[in-house]
Write a protein that binds this ligand. Structure first.
Ligand code: GLN
Length: 246
């Protein structure tokens, strides 16, 4: 077993941390530490030059339109390096505003387009007069069963790629197609905040699996005692989305 520490890059924790997206990093880190792995988390801000090749996983969280615009500007200069890393298999978890940034643009109600990073063939539109898509959400995923959480977005995202899951409860990408998020190479894009991973340990492990593969570490992910997480999921779903079997 190799003992190199795994390295996570948290992009713009100061700007993109809506609804405590940082909790996703804490979950990934703790689940690795419980399995005896060392993890280093680098917080990357606009003052840094991100070196995507140095990370085993990167998180891009959600934010308001204003913060998204700032981040789009900062990241534009590093787009090519990020694209190469993603094509090479870098695991990237992108939440809500961060998810929208992966596409060509996010058009806000005034008609202005916030340019995206064009890493994935997708667009997001938010037309004047459209309601925001807010509430608890449950989706059925191939890799992690039922994934639950909370969404709050104005943008409607359209792509022809594989979704993260199919909506059981809530709105998802656009409130119409019944699809939620995107899966592309080792990219996990989703509107689910809340944060996502503390509520969904199976998804956390599915992401960690891609991270270990990418890092060239062949440890098996030993099962953890998730009884507390499972109990929390059951109570939340029973209370808020009783028709869902989680
Ligand atoms: N600003 C984006 C929207 O409202 C994303 C918001 C978010 O990250 N929650 O569509």
């Amino acid at each position: 077993m190799s003992h190199r520490a795994l390295r996570i890059g948290h992009l713009f924790p100061d700007l993109l941390n809506l609804y405590a997206d940082r909790g996703n990093i804490l979950t990934l880190t703790q689940r690795l530490r419980w399995r005896g792995r060392d993890v280093i988390v680098d917080e990357i801000t606009h003052a840094d030059t991100p070196r995507f090749g140095a990370y085993d996983l990167v998180l891009l969280g959600g934010g308001s339109d204003r913060e998204q615009m700032l981040v789009a500007g900062y990241l534009a200069n590093h787009r090519t390096e990020l694209r190469h890393a993603i094509e090479d298999g870098l695991p990237l978890l992108a939440i809500c505003g961060g998810y929208q940034l992966l596409g060509a643009y996010y058009q806000v109600p005034g008609g202005e387009k916030i340019p995206g990073l064009e890493l994935i063939d997708m667009v997001t539109n938010y037309s004047a007069g459209q309601p925001r898509l807010i509430g608890n959400v449950a989706i059925l995923t191939e890799e992690a069963g039922v994934v639950i959480g909370f969404e709050n977005h104005g943008g409607r995202t359209i792509h022809q790629g594989a979704p993260l899951g199919k909506v059981i409860h809530g709105h998802g990408n656009d409130g119409v197609t019944g699809l939620e998020g995107i899966r592309y190479r080792n990219v996990w894009g989703t509107y689910i905040h809340g944060p996502l991973l503390p509520k969904n340990p199976r998804l956390a492990d599915a992401i960690l699996k891609t991270m270990l593969q990418y890092a060239g570490v062949d440890d098996a992910l030993d099962p953890l005692d998730d009884s507390m997480e499972e109990e929390a999921r059951r109570s939340f779903v029973k209370l808020r989305m009783p028709e869902v079997e989680a």
